[in-house]
Design a protein around this ligand. Structure first.
Ligand code: MG
Length: 368
């Protein structure tokens, strides 16, 4: 089989009401996504998404005429571009979609087939005052979620702790809360200083008292020793690694025992094939793997298939912070993914990734 074309469709959705992501100092008025479609000479089309694919046109010729089924070679090819170009993992997702269709199996089965559903946690994204965050946690619990992640901004620590405390008091103890400090990577142009280790240790101690399940990315990536000290001094689980630039970088963090939970996004950080190796390496060391998923519905779907295949957990990230971030907005160019009444995200059982592209939405939101 040969790849005959790779098309990128750039989509732009106006954000009304607005959504102000805690990790982005420049609020967006629109949400952009790129839909990757890979066609083969046998009439099969695979879809992927998750990152912008900016600059990919310069490398497209490296893939045309190659065999999509030789997935390790495709992964290696994508990794060679990492040096001068971007990380084109949405292309790998589209190739797995093809491989799944050819084999007649959902991609999750090709990754181990451990689960056909995973409990999802409501991953909030905005900084909300304590009362509003507590209200949102109660609403998430009523919707069926068993857990929620709350962002704390490094320049608004006291307010952040108050939000976690208000949420804990509102939902009780039988609902897991996680906290994300987002200190391991930055949005382009954000050069403000990271929170120092001593302050992070104090914060972690407070969060431990509030029964927080894990603290995510408490320090910059270089400070592995700091992350270990936070774990040892507070007993709080530490997670991280959602945006590492390569699989070897991720493996070095695992070798250093940097975290309790490793979270590389398969659509943004290390790809799907390499994420399985990361998951197995973490699990064989009695550590956990559960990927970051915050891109769009198709990025979430790629992460879901890998996560279900390799038995990720304890929860899968489900970006959700209404009214600013809803499944309909996140998945605006496809069939939206929803949790069931038990709080589980079900793996589509159709061959491939199982995405149903909404072509009306694609034509409405395509950027010329
Ligand atoms: Mg995070």
């Amino acid at each position: 089989m040969k790849i005959t074309s790779i098309s990128l469709t750039r989509l732009r959705l106006p954000l009304d009401p607005p959504f102000n992501a805690a990790w982005d100092p420049n609020p967006r008025i629109e949400f952009t996504a790129t839909l990757v479609a890979v066609k083969t000479d046998e009439g099969i089309t695979g879809y992927g998404s998750g990152d912008t694919m900016d600059g990919f046109a310069a490398y497209e010729h490296l893939f045309i005429g190659t065999d999509p089924m030789q997935i390790l070679n495709q992964v290696r090819r994508i990794e060679t571009i990492n040096f001068h170009g971007g990380r084109y993992w949405p292309l790998e997702a589209a190739l797995w979609d093809i491989i799944g269709q050819v084999s007649g199996l959902p991609v999750s089965v090709l990754f181990g087939g451990a689960r056909d559903r995973l409990p999802a946690y409501a991953s909030s994204g905005e900084l909300k005052p304590p009362a509003a965050r507590a209200e949102s946690a109660v609403a998430a619990k009523e919707r069926g979620f068993k857990a929620m992640k709350i962002r704390i901004a490094r320049d608004r620590i006291a307010e952040g702790v108050s939000s976690v405390r208000a949420a804990r008091e509102a939902v009780g103890d039988d609902f897991d809360l996680m906290v994300d400090l987002n200190q391991m990577w930055r949005m382009s142009g954000d050069i403000t200083a990271a929170l120092p280790l001593a302050k992070v240790q104090n914060l972690a101690a407070e969060l431990h008292d509030l029964g927080v399940l894990w603290l995510e990315e408490p320090l910059p990536q270089v400070d592995v020793a700091g992350a270990q000290r936070v774990r040892q001094s507070t007993g709080l689980q530490i997670s991280g690694g959602e945006m590492v630039r390569s699989a070897p970088e991720m493996m070095a963090l695992i070798e250093a025992d940097a975290f309790d939970i490793y979270q590389p996004d398969v659509a943004l950080a290390v790809g799907m094939y390499r994420a399985r190796q990361v998951a197995e390496s973490a699990n064989l060391r009695h550590r956990l793997f559960t990927p970051h998923t915050w891109s769009n519905g198709l990025g979430l779907l790629a992460n879901l298939h890998v996560a279900a295949g390799v038995d990720a957990g304890p929860y899968l990230e489900f970006p959700y912070d209404p009214p600013g971030w809803t499944p309909e907005r996140r998945d605006f160019f496809m069939n939206p993914l929803h949790i069931d009444s038990h709080g589980d995200l079900i793996v589509p059982q159709r061959p491939g990734l199982g995405v149903e592209v909404d072509w009306d939405a694609v034509s409405r939101f395509t950027v010329d």
